[in-house]
Design a protein around this ligand. Structure first.
Ligand SMILES: Nc1nc2c(ncn2[C@@H]2O[C@H](COP(=O)(O)OP(=O)(O)OP(=O)(O)O)[C@@H](O)[C@H]2O)c(=O)[nH]1
Ligand SMILES: [Mg+2]
Length: 210
């Protein structure tokens, strides 16, 4: 059992340490992964969903490359964020990629998930305006099969007015059946503190203390 005060103090310390977030490296093959055993919080989701933007908002930096053209992130990018790493993956569902390229991406992502034992949770980023699709369902089942918690993050809430936001929020909660779901805007830095706080307390901290 964790002492609540200790967790809180630890998290205050984390917030301080977060200022020192840094890019570690990009990797493709497993032998290129950084040699660290820090717990890893992994961003997954469709291309253009806002994974890299979330990393930038999370780390208050411009460390991750962002683009309005889908398919910007092409390697596995590792960022050190105090006592844990944030990992940015290439997105799926990007139609302009060739069949061979899609297979290559699947292979590197599968290798990462099967070899990286310190993964503490998967964050599934999706645009709040999109419906839960077969791809998201596959990812949900996959996370379950490798026994990793899945946190759904609906991004770009700044694109909706209050009425549409409420409607989409309700729909996504129903469609995803997610135990953990957050609604954020990376550009307006909304909902981030709550997300980081929960991910840290529920998934990172227990792993550090194991
Ligand atoms: N308005 C708004 N735009 C956002 C937000 N998050 C991301 N975007 C925009 O969405 C586009 C895609 O963002 P990225 O962060 O590059 O998306 P990604 O999921 O990393 O995409 P890939 O690297 O292709 O997998 C960019 O034009 C971002 O500026 C947000 O919260 N609000
Ligand atoms: Mg990206």
């Amino acid at each position: 059992m964790h002492n609540r005060k200790a967790v809180r103090l630890n998290h205050e310390k984390l917030k301080f340490m977060k200022r020192k977030c840094k890019f570690i490296k990009s990797a493709w093959a497993p032998n290129e992964y950084p040699a660290t055993i820090l717990p890893e919080v992994v961003m997954t989701g469709r291309s253009n969903a806002g994974k890299s933007s979330l990393i930038n908002a999370w780390t208050s930096s411009q460390l991750a490359k962002v683009s309005s053209t889908p398919g910007k992130t092409r390697l596995i990018n590792f960022f050190e964020c105090g006592p844990y790493n944030l990992v940015d993956l290439p997105g799926y569902g990007f139609a302009a990629r060739s069949g061979a390229e899609i297979k290559d991406f699947q292979k590197i992502i599968e290798s990462y998930f099967s070899l990286r034992t310190q993964i503490c949770c998967l964050i599934l980023v999706m645009d709040i305006r999109r419906d839960w699709s077969d791809d998201e369902e596959l990812l949900r089942r996959f996370a379950h099969s490798i026994q990793k918690p899945l946190v759904v993050v609906a991004s770009k809430i700044d694109k909706l007015n209050q009425k549409d936001f409420k409607m989409r929020q309700k729909i996504l909660i129903e469609q995803s059946r997610a135990e953990h779901i957050y609604f954020i805007s990376s550009t307006q830095k909304k909902g981030l503190d709550d997300l980081e706080d929960s991910v840290y307390r529920q998934f990172v901290h227990p792993k550090i203390n194991n």
